[in-house]
Write a protein that binds this ligand. Structure first.
Ligand code: ADP
Ligand code: MG
Length: 315
């Protein structure tokens, strides 16, 4: 006699893309659910092979090696994500800039290395998204200057979780969460209650500062605690201000939520770079997006569409 399929939550987590990726979903058939979980990890691995600058064989590494010589044909997927990145650079007035890597490549947060002033100055000449020419019709990319490098680290994890949820939705899943480091995309709710997504306390390892109830949305946090080293009381971390070639200061973490994980990922990095005032003003122009910023004093700021929890009852 066949055994009846069991409905249950299934999931797994794995170290991938330099962080932890988790997939968690409700399935009417736990075995089929497990197979779907596996499929999502395969998809993450595929995207990482395409977009990782740490892999010499990736398409992005090929672009960085040769797009300054002559226009190079790129696959549709990468073309789209680079196009979106360039559009977000315009939207954020250059705070988000995938050419940050021209100078960013000289930081090594594991070896506590950072570029000297002369290196920063010379690489700043190659740090400008306007040096990237994308021809959507010919599907080519061209760098106007030798030595320009692009890196999708500020947007690729958002893309991965968005893709993961797309696949699950197409397969009929109705409740799921896919997370890659600081980026999560939720499908539906947690069967009758919202997903509670925690925003880390930027200075207390493993502690949650704020929990946000969300359904069917994406949420991304950029923090100065993810990859960093401290030197003479200064924190050198992985979110680079493209105008100066140095880590952005003033903010400890920036969280953005809204419908599209690609955008929440890029915007969390952008708000971090732009700072509390400019960052929240940008979010105010985007109707479906909200933000919570924790500044360098530990003060918490909310975008206009959110009610501060301490004021909720008086409003
Ligand atoms: P995390 O990688 O911790 O999720 P983010 O989403 O903020 O955090 O992405 C940070 C990554 O974005 C960096 O590791 C780097 O690859 C890339 N990056 C850093 N500065 C910028 C910038 N100004 N514009 C675009 N990408 C950036
Ligand atoms: Mg981001």
């Amino acid at each position: 006699m066949p055994v009846a399929a069991q409905s249950d939550w299934v999931g797994d987590k794995r170290p991938m893309m330099g962080t932890e990726v988790t997939v968690y979903l409700w399935s009417d058939d736990a075995d089929k659910g497990q197979a779907l979980v596996e499929e999502i990890f395969q998809e993450v691995a595929r995207i990482d092979r395409l977009m990782s600058t740490y892999k010499d064989g990736s398409e992005i590494s090929e672009i960085n090696r040769s797009a300054a010589n002559s226009p190079l044909v790129v696959g549709q997927e990468l073309l789209h994500l680079i196009r979106r990145s360039l559009d977000i650079s315009v939207l954020t007035q250059g705070a988000f800039d995938i050419t940050y890597d021209s100078v960013g490549q000289h930081y090594d947060f594991r070896l506590n290395q950072r570029p000297d002033e002369a290196t920063i100055q010379s690489e700043l000449e190659r740090t400008d998204y306007r040096l990237v020419e994308l021809d959507d019709r010919a599907a080519t990319i061209f760098f106007q200057r030798e030595g320009v490098r692009i890196n999708l680290g500020g947007i690729a994890k958002g893309y991965v979780v968005e893709r993961g949820i797309d696949i699950l939705r197409c397969k009929g899943v109705r409740n799921a969460i896919v997370t890659a480091g600081g980026d999560s995309r939720l499908l539906g709710d947690r069967r009758g209650r919202p997903w509670m997504v925690g925003i880390r306390d930027p200075r207390a390892d493993g502690e949650v500062a704020i929990s946000v109830p969300l359904e069917d949305e994406a949420i991304s946090t950029s923090g100065d605690y993810e990859r960093f080293f401290d030197e003479d009381g200064i924190r050198y971390h992985h979110i680079i201000r493209p105008g100066t070639g140095t880590p952005a200061s003033g903010v400890h973490s920036a969280t953005v939520f809204g419908p599209d994980a690609v955008l929440t990922d890029a915007l969390s990095t952008s708000v971090f770079v732009m700072g509390v005032d400019k960052g929240l003003r940008l979010i105010a122009t985007l109707p479906d997006y909200e933000s919570i910023v924790i500044d360098a004093e530990g003060l918490v700021y909310y975008s206009d569409g959110l009610q501060r929890p301490d004021h909720a009852s008086s409003q």
